[in-house]
Write a protein that binds this ligand. Structure first.
Ligand code: ZN
Length: 199
C-alpha cells in the first residue's frame, strides 16, 4: 500500500471501522465499500446519526446510563423505588431489564467488570460512587445482575466487601444465566425468572 493510500480518507475510515468490536480489517473494508455504494441510503443517514449521538447522548452522572439528559429519565423518575438498586455491567443490561418491565427500582451501571487480562481495575469502573448512592437513596436491597463469568463474579465479590457494613441486603440473580452469557442476550422470560428467584 503506497503513501497516498495510507493517508486517504477511505483508508482512515477503514482503519477506524476495523477497531470496532466484532469487526476486523476485512469487514471494515466491506462496510466502507458498501457505504460508498449506498451514499444516499446508508452513508448520509449514518453520518447524521453519528453526529446526533455525539452531540446529544451523555452518561448519567448518577447511574451511568446513557440518555439525552443527566440525570437520566430513570434516575429522574420519582415513581421508581429507591429501596432497590440493581447493579449491572453495561447499559445494554439496563435496556434488557427495562424491556422485560419487571424492575421498578434504580440502576447502577459499572461500565464493565474487573478483568486483569483486559487491564480493567476498580478505578476504571463506577465502583467509587456505589456506596455513596446506596446511602443517599436509602437502598435496602442491592441486586447484583452480573453474568456468571469469573470476572463478573470477582467484581460481585468486591462489591459485597464494599457494602458489607451497610444495613443493606445483597442479592444476585438466580442461576439460569448462561455461563459467560451476558444479560442482554437472555430472553425476557428467563430474565423475569432469574430476577424473581434472586437470593
Ligand atoms: Zn441515571
Amino acid at each position: 500500500m503506497n503513501r497516498f493510500q495510507d493517508q486517504s480518507p477511505l483508508h482512515t475510515l477503514m482503519h477506524h471501522l476495523a477497531k470496532l468490536p466484532g469487526l476486523g480489517p476485512r469487514s471494515a473494508q466491506r462496510i466502507a465499500l458498501h457505504l460508498l455504494k449506498k451514499r444516499e441510503a446508508h452513508l448520509h443517514p449514518l453520518m447524521i446519526s453519528l453526529q446526533q449521538v455525539s452531540d446529544h447522548i451523555q452518561t448519567c452522572d448518577a447511574c451511568g446510563n446513557l440518555d439525552t439528559t443527566s440525570p437520566c429519565h430513570i434516575c429522574a423518575d420519582l415513581r421508581r423505588d429507591t429501596a432497590q438498586l440493581c447493579v449491572v455491567a453495561d447499559v445494554a443490561d439496563v435496556w434488557a431489564l427495562e424491556r422485560a418491565h419487571i424492575f421498578k427500582g434504580h440502576y447502577h451501571v459499572l461500565g464493565g467488570v474487573l478483568s486483569a487480562l483486559d487491564g480493567v481495575g476498580p478505578d476504571d469502573l463506577r465502583l467509587g460512587t456505589l456506596r455513596q448512592r446506596v446511602q443517599q437513596l436509602g437502598v435496602r436491597e442491592v441486586i447484583l445482575a452480573l453474568a456468571a463469568t469469573l470476572e463478573a463474579q470477582s467484581t460481585a465479590h468486591v462489591i459485597r466487601d464494599q457494602l458489607a457494613d451497610l444495613p443493606v441486603a445483597i442479592t444476585r440473580l438466580a442461576h439460569g444465566l448462561p455461563v459467560g452469557g451476558e444479560l442482554d442476550y437472555m430472553d425476557e422470560g428467563t430474565l423475569v425468572a432469574a430476577l424473581q428467584a434472586r437470593r
